[in-house]
Design a protein around this ligand. Sequence first.
Ligand SMILES: *Cc1c(COP(=O)(O)O)cnc(C)c1O
Length: 417
Amino acid sequence: MLDSNYFHYSGKKLNCENVSLEELGSRFGTPLYVTSTKSLVDSYHAFERAFEQLPHFTCYSVKANFTLSVIRTFAELGCGCDVNSGGELYRALRAGVVPEKIIFAGVGKKSEEIAYSLESGVLMLKAESISELQMIHRVAGELGKIAPVALRINPNVTAETHPYITTGDSKEKFGIDEAELPAVLTLLGQLPNLRLVGLDMHIGSQIFDPEYYVAATVKLLALFNLSKTMGFAIEFLDIGGGFPVTYDPAKPATPIERFAEKLAPMLLAAGVKVIFEPGRYLVANASVLLTRVLYKKRNHVGKEFFVVDAGMTELIRPALYQSHHEVQAVTRHGETVVADVVGPICESSDFFARQREIDAVDEGELLAVMSCGAYASVMSSNYNGRLRPAEVMVHGAEATLVRRRETLEQLVQNELF
Ligand SMILES: *Cc1c(COP(=O)(O)O)cnc(C)c1O
């Protein structure tokens, strides 16, 4: 069981902060994402505290959870944003993030997106190839601007995580090879509409061992020194995100302090402004997906299924990455059963838990799928004609609707006969 200050039982009832999840289920319907504001704020402060001895700037990676109210919560704390597309840039700006605190990234930016970010006045654009640098140069020239760029380096470090979320390995599509850097710097000298402001990396996600960051940072620092000797005064070193969270109490995440202990001294010595881009770390455990048990059934081999009203369209992580999510009864019964918790989508991979010991809840009762703050709502889809759920943010004893449930009309609104 994943018990926290933010989602905890009071007697038999599971609460988010001081609000009963059962009440939220009745008031707003299910499926429903419920986010604890205090959890978001505390995670940000924990991250900042861990790295407080190091001058740095934290940019929340919006792709983990782009709900406007979530972005705004971080922006109000002084946090910046890392965005990956024109759409995410639009969301960050709409949420009230100032452009000088936004980093524009992404492995395949279109010229319109580059123009949009330059016109918005973002802090920097991260470039991932020579062709992209030439494109940014061209667009900046057309707009009569000098584009601040950072180079995303592929440090060729294979971090141990799920293969679909490792990104700093030469087999992967991300970044510029370290060996290519001298040629890129030489080229930059010939592109007057670009100003090199940073070097950047992002080695993957949900990385438990700080040594992968150390190995990659050693490489990044060597390239920083090389750039200096080639006459480039680089202002920022961006270490990326990927810091881990606990999904399964049996596999607790390495505390953020262990990462800070290793990284802060190395980076402090370099005398450069450091940027971090945590996504998952800030949001994963701040939300649950509330879902109602529609039917219980047992098959001829005695296997028990709980069919619920949420599915892979609201949380695709188990299907996509074989991820573990705790599933908890909103009203505890005491006795348990071993069951599969499955959704209504026409796919065998549509499950939240398999052969899991859970409370023997009745049909019509609620379950909370835990740790649904990161890569859940943002990956939701209309597959099977599903309507995207409503989202609620809790603050103490108050619950606020921050995203309405989609309607049938919205499902077809862009279609023409
Ligand atoms: C996805 C991503 C992040 C955030 O990763 P988390 O694992 O959620 O912390 C940060 N930077 C870049 C460039 C990313 O693509």
